[in-house]
Design a protein around this ligand. Structure first.
Ligand code: HEM
Length: 316
């Protein structure tokens, strides 16, 4: 339900503007109370570090969102726990599976230039020191006109403005965590030779949009298995959206071509429903053919406290 945003604690920079560069970092917590205390103290430093690094290039749009896994929340902060926070749920099987991989802390660092992301990541990870082990780090870049690695414009149907806030920021449904959000991430690797061997028309039927002009295919020709069909959800006649900021990444010399998926919502449920539709199919078997050319190699679900709660967590 739409909510009145004026009384909501300031969310973290979930709805920040589109930027050119990103670093996604996933880390696991080291065992022991001393390490937990270090991470709690760090929570209070995050905003100041973003300000210090960001002020050096005021036009650079530097931002950082921090999230915590269910088990990290219990270890670090205990009760109360965000109502919908749980371990990443896997979907699918065999080759086509949304896998869960280790990860307690997520950093989503965005800016218009990589040096800002790099400097902030260095400062944030440096302060965490031996309290965490980074298990995945991906530097992503904006690819021409907001295109994904598979060549289609990505992010077109994202909600914007007030609608983006309504779909991503927790309201009265979880009073202790108003202003928070949930974020789900997956690192995908693509079989670009296979994908590029398809005709543009075949690719368009897989995505559900035209490649060059990014227009949705007509309902009469758009397959129910298309990516855009399977990720469109309706509840009581109203579309339920999530906010994505996927970025391409890769190492052409090593044959690595990837998309880092990141989706924010005020409950994990719609993102999980999309995953089920993509990996299992709607109905089962009618799965997302993009997955014949894309393999999820990581998966994590995190809670994003409001900016004010993040600072207060240091005192828990
Ligand atoms: C739409 C790419 C994974 C959710 C799109 C579009 C592209 C795209 C090109 C069409 C333009 C747009 O509206 O953004 C990809 C790639 C992925 C990926 C390359 C990784 C291989 C996912 C996952 C989810 C998701 C894992 C959710 C769990 C959505 C949603 C839309 C969308 C909600 C908008 C659908 C609509 O309203 O028409 N994606 N996507 N995507 N994708 Fe993905």
């Amino acid at each position: 339900m739409p909510q009145d945003t004026k009384d909501v604690p300031e969310p973290q920079a979930i709805c920040s503007p589109i930027t050119r560069s990103v670093i996604y970092i996933v880390a696991t917590l080291a065992a022991g109370e001393a390490h937990a205390a270090k991470v709690r103290a760090w929570c209070e430093d995050v905003a100041a570090l973003v300000r210090s690094v960001g002020k050096r290039v005021p036009s650079g749009n530097l931002s950082c969102v921090c999230g915590f896994s269910a088990s990290a929340w219990d270890t670090l902060f205990g009760a109360p726990r965000p109502a919908q926070l749980h371990a990443f749920r896997e979907f699918g099987e065999g080759e086509r599976r949304a896998v869960a991989t280790p990860g307690d802390l997520l950093l989503h660092i965005r800016a218009d230039q990589m040096d800002l992301c790099f400097e902030l990541a260095t400062q944030l990870v440096g302060r965490l020191g031996d309290a965490v082990t980074v298990v995945d780090e991906v530097q992503g870049f904006r690819y021409f006109d907001l295109r994904s690695m598979v060549g289609f414009v990505d992010g077109t149907e994202n909600p914007t403005g007030r609608e983006a806030v309504d779909f991503t920021v927790i309201g009265d449904e979880d009073p202790a965590f108003v202003g928070g959000s949930y974020v789900l991430v997956q690192k995908y690797l693509h079989d670009m030779s296979g994908w590029n061997a398809l005709s543009v028309e075949e690719q368009e039927r897989i995505i559900g949009r035209t490649k060059l002009s990014d227009i949705e295919l007509d309902e009469a020709v758009k397959p129910t298995s298309s990516h855009s069909a399977l990720t469109t959800l309706e509840e009581n006649g109203r579309e339920i959206k999530i906010l994505r900021d996927n970025m391409p990444f890769g190492r052409p010399g090593m044959g690595e071509f990837g998309t880092y998926f990141i989706g924010y919502a005020r409950s994990p449920a719609p993102i999980e429903q999309m995953l089920e539709n993509m990996f299992v199919g709607r109905p089962p078997g009618n799965y997302d053919r993009l997955l014949d050319y894309s393999r999820a190699v990581t998966g994590g679900l995190f809670f994003v406290p409001s900016a004010s709660l993040l600072e207060q967590l240091a005192e828990r």
